[in-house]
Design a protein around this ligand. Structure first.
Ligand code: NAD
Ligand code: MG
Length: 399
């Protein structure tokens, strides 16, 4: 059976990797929905190549420009262009969508992920911020709608592969004692604290092993990415943070490990290329061929493992503390991080100040963040307050 995809964030790094696999296997996959924020010309090219039925641009001006571009060509007559957040959510609930690839970066992807969960879709989740912000709402929505979430974040996909038939999303797998999330350590792994503090945007977004969008690249440099992934693993595999360890593994060959009660530890390995975890989830429970480079075992190879350094990279401890606080603390942390990373990328904040903004916002809002969110609206109001607090502090630091 041909699987019909909605690719959210189609113009981004995850979107591109997904569409590359669709092009590689036209007999297995078709595209029903493509979405992006405001990249009109890249979207025109994707429309011509993949002939979706519906395109959503979250920015209305970009949607207007896209409609004009598509009205000038005959091949686009079957494509509907919609705009705004509600269109984004509607697009994932369509009957002619089987798989939803959640590849939007940040909080902007949350509503569509929740709608897809209520609609009972199979969700290929890259947008970790959705789970970090609203783990409990995602779990409830998936249970109510009968949705399946398959992780494509490489670490979580590695764990998913190690679990095999034991995987049930949002349930603790039988016989598992520990999850070991591997982390490359990012571009500043070996740097002194002062040098990290003054790192430039160019230095922060050049990851040693992975090619990714700008926000997640900065998150990898602060190691907040691993903090977000710890929270993502907590929800996906229903494991307490104390049973999830982080191991620095600079080569990015082992993508994560699972320790079982009999003493076995299983690891998943591969080249650092997102097309492997995405293909694994797209074709699950089967496997499909990909053009990904194979590991060369004829060459001498070393795999190193070391513990993380919390003094230089406080993000992991902040993430653990937010999980222990419960309620909306992780959402507060995520919102503050999004604001701080954006300020850093726009050169309004020093790299080291990203940690300060997150810490400050968590301290200010911890008391208010203790209640478990009962609705998307209550969560978004906490998110909004955290963003305003973080923004205000960024301005103070920049003054
Ligand atoms: P990216 O910046 O390359 O792409 C982001 C996509 O989201 C783009 O298509 C953009 O148009 C869309 N978008 C941005 N803001 C939006 C908004 N306000 N409303 C609607 N759409 C919006 O990002 P990416 O690297 O592909 O990452 C996407 C998600 O996947 C992130 O949550 C990231 O943490 C996760 N992820 C990425 C990788 C990777 O290798 N890139 C690996 C693991 C997880
Ligand atoms: Mg990852």
């Amino acid at each position: 059976m041909v699987k019909r995809l909605a690719v959210l964030g189609a113009t981004g790094s995850i979107g591109q990797s997904t569409l590359d696999l669709v092009a590689h296997h036209p007999e297995r996959f078709t595209v029903t929905v493509l979405t992006a924020h405001r990249q009109v010309e890249p979207m025109v090219a994707l429309c011509e190549r993949f002939a979706p039925k519906m395109v959503v641009m979250s920015d209305p001006a970009a949607a207007h420009a896209l409609r004009q571009r598509l009205s000038a060509v005959t091949w686009a007559s079957g494509i509907t262009v919609a705009d705004g957040p509600s269109a984004l959510s509607e697009s994932v609930g369509r009957d002619d969508v089987d798989l939803v690839v959640a590849g939007i970066v940040g909080a902007a992807g949350l509503s569509a992920a929740i709608t897809a969960a209520y609609a009972g879709k199979t969700i290929l989740l890259a947008n970790k911020e959705a789970l970090v912000m609203a783990g409990v709402l995602m779990v409830n929505a998936a249970k109510a709608g009968g949705a399946t979430v398959l992780p494509i974040d490489s670490e979580h996909n590695a764990i998913f592969q190690c679990l095999g038939e034991n995987y049930r999303c949002f349930a603790r797998p039988a016989g598992v004692t520990r999850i070991l999330l591997t982390a490359s350590g990012g571009p500043f792994r070996t740097w002194e604290k002062d040098r990290i503090d003054a790192a430039t945007v160019h230095e922060a977004i050049h990851h040693p092993n992975w090619s990714m969008g700008r926000k997640i690249s900065v998150d990898s440099a602060t190691m907040m990415n691993k903090g977000l992934e710890l929270i993502e693993a907590h929800w996906l595999f229903a494991m307490p943070e104390g049973d999830i360890d982080v191991v620095i593994h600079p080569q990015s060959v082992v993508h994560s490990m699972v320790e079982f009660e009999d003493g076995s530890t299983l690891a998943q390995m591969g080249a650092p290329d997102m097309r492997t975890p995405i293909a694994c989830a797209m074709s699950w429970p089967q496997r499909i061929e990909t053009p990904v480079q194979r590991l060369d075992w004829k060459a001498a190879r070393k795999l190193d493992f070391e513990p993380p350094d919390h003094a230089r990279f406080p993000s992991l401890e902040l993430a653990r503390a937010s999980l222990r606080s419960g309620g909306t603390a992780s959402a507060v942390m995520n919102a503050a991080n999004e604001i701080a990373v954006d300020a850093f990328l726009n050169e309004r904040l020093r790299f080291g100040q990203i940690f300060q903004v997150v810490e400050h916002t968590l301290e200010r809002l911890t008391g208010k963040a203790s209640a478990v969110p009962d609705s998307l609206e209550s969560l978004l109001s906490v998110d909004d307050e955290a963003r305003r607090t973080a923004q205000h502090y960024c301005e103070q630091l920049a003054a």
